[in-house]
Ligand binder design. Structure first.
Ligand code: SF4
Ligand code: SF4
Length: 399
């Protein structure tokens, strides 16, 4: 339920933001953009240079210099992809566990190894080649954009009124009947666009809102001593000289849904505890009966999901008469993002066995901020079978 309301709340927030600010999520906050622009493109710029140098290198014949750059770039891409995948896995099994797996042979943790290999390969393929194709072809959010925005939404666009008629700067160019616009048709905005579109042709679904064309055009305008913002964030209405309205039926509706969604999501998040634990029965027979006791053996796995050490109090109860436990330490300290595994052995005298019954295991934060509960079942043979067995033994002793 928590996940449902969390996703619903985030979904409505995204609707509202898109109706107001267009594809701002894609350009500034989407994990795909964040990883691509802040890790992989930085590596690319560091190794290959800017967009112009990269195109020149792509077109150049193979040479020792080009081979070294290609090997270096793709080695760094693979390393970054592997690092992201390992960190992603650590989110589920803790950093300490991932570190242990990394030092062991692949066959010892083949599932994790296979996951890391496949996920690293997919990330590498995506960030080295596929890139914005994911936004255009696969991402569902990219596909529903056109339904969420209207002419009042903020988008990245080209100011046609100011830029046209475009034309190259040339001192000997014949005088035009109408004064030229500010666009000098240098094509910089087209060359830097990762999806290869020309924003001057109007809003297109392929625009992922990366703002590269804004930066490129501002740079050109600055050099020409003309006002920046020929390509900028603005509404379609404003570009054509009409007023932009922020309060519209769709933004009011999305805002109302956002409030409902985020209230429920906040409540749902406040119920999430920064720890988790499991009690699992040890493999083998569900219970062990010897001459004197009935025994059940469990393992308690306690995970600290905070990035700080935490103390927990582990308690059982209420315990039926005669039942006692061994193996479990009551007060435990768990390292940041770490986990501990403890045996939990429950025993009851065979003569007084009263099971099966359920026992509550409680793990409380030592500072008293939260408590988690699980139930385990103490199992044993049917009381009738135990009695019959005992009588048989007595009979044999008398003989
Ligand atoms: S970068 Fe600016 S000036 Fe150059 S072509 Fe694009 S819009 Fe025109
Ligand atoms: S560079 Fe291309 S994808 Fe990026 S904002 Fe401009 S038009 Fe859109």
């Amino acid at each position: 339920m928590v996940t449902f309301f969390l996703i619903t709340g985030l979904g409505f927030s995204l609707f509202f933001i898109t109706a107001l600010l267009g594809r701002v999520w894609c350009g500034w906050a989407c994990p795909h953009t964040v990883f691509l622009d802040h890790i992989f493109r930085r590596i690319e710029r560091w190794v290959d240079g800017d967009a112009v140098a990269r195109r020149a290198l792509d077109a150049a014949p193979w040479s020792p210099g080009k081979i070294i750059r290609r090997v270096l770039k793709h080695t760094l891409f693979l390393t970054a992809a592997a690092a992201i995948t390992h960190l992603f896995l650590a989110y589920f099994v803790s950093l300490a566990e991932v570190w242990t797996m990394m030092r062991a042979a692949p066959a010892e943790h083949w599932e994790a190894f296979a996951f890391i290999a496949v996920a690293t390969g997919l990330l590498y393929f995506n960030f080295a080649w596929f890139r914005e194709q994911l936004c255009i072809v696969i991402c569902p959010y990219g596909r529903i954009q056109s339904a969420l925005i209207d002419d009042h939404s903020l988008v990245i666009g080209y100011d046609t009124k100011r830029g046209e008629p475009r034309g190259k700067l040339h001192p000997t160019a014949p005088a035009l009947s109408t004064p030229p616009g500010d666009c000098v048709d240098c094509q910089r905005c087209v060359h830097v666009c990762p999806t290869g579109i020309d924003i001057r042709q109007g809003l297109q679904m392929e625009c992922v809102g990366c703002t590269a064309c804004i930066d490129a055009c501002d740079d050109v305008m600055t050099r020409l001593h003309r006002p920046r913002g020929l390509i900028r964030y603005d509404s379609q209405n404003h570009f054509t000289g009409r007023a932009t309205r922020w309060f519209r039926p769709r933004t009011i509706l999305y805002f109302a849904l956002l409030i409902v969604g985020s209230t429920v999501a906040t409540w749902a998040l406040s119920t999430v505890k920064p720890a988790n634990f499991l009690v699992i029965r040890m493999t083998g027979a569900p219970y062990i009966v010897d001459d004197t006791t009935v025994r059940n053996q469990f393992l308690l796995r306690l995970v600290n999901e905070r990035n700080a050490p935490a103390r927990f109090i582990v308690r059982l109860g209420p315990m039926p008469p005669g039942l006692w436990q061994t193996g479990l330490t009551e007060a435990v300290e768990v390292a940041p993002l770490g986990e501990i595994v403890q045996p939990l052995i429950l025993q009851q005298p065979r003569a007084g066995y009263t099971g099966p019954f359920r026992i509550e295991v409680r793990v409380a934060d030592a500072a008293g901020r939260f408590q988690l509960q699980r139930e385990i079942e103490f199992l044993g043979p049917e009381a009738r079978l135990l009695r019959e067995e005992e009588e048989e033994q007595k009979h044999e002793t008398t003989k």
